[in-house]
Ligand binder design. Sequence first.
Ligand code: ZN
Length: 128
Amino acid sequence: MNEKKPNRIQVKEGKIFFDWQDGRSVAFDLKFFRKECPCANCQGETILYTTFKPQRITVETHEMYKIDALGAVGDYAIQIRWKDGHDSGIYSWTYIDSLIDKYEKLKKAETAGSDCGATASGGKESKK
Ligand SMILES: [Zn+2]
């Protein structure tokens, strides 16, 4: 498998930019990036098929969406320390890559407004 890696990472204007080796570049809102923090505390942990939900953060501060420090973890990830002191999230290249799709969908949904395709019934759709 071809491991994707960024050539360059930049943080500016409330966003984090990644220039990937394959020529693509992507920018995430720091708010999104923080919310997708992969640590167990933020995302919950699955232990014996039971998902333990993290405690909801009820107080949002501007500090939690600002990056205090950013460091490399080996050759496969970055670790971010946010201004509120949270630093247990390690974002691997693979994880960041998987966020691109999610982020684009989210942006698309925001642009589309209420037309997000969610239906009250949900469930299976049979195609003919
Ligand atoms: Zn976290």
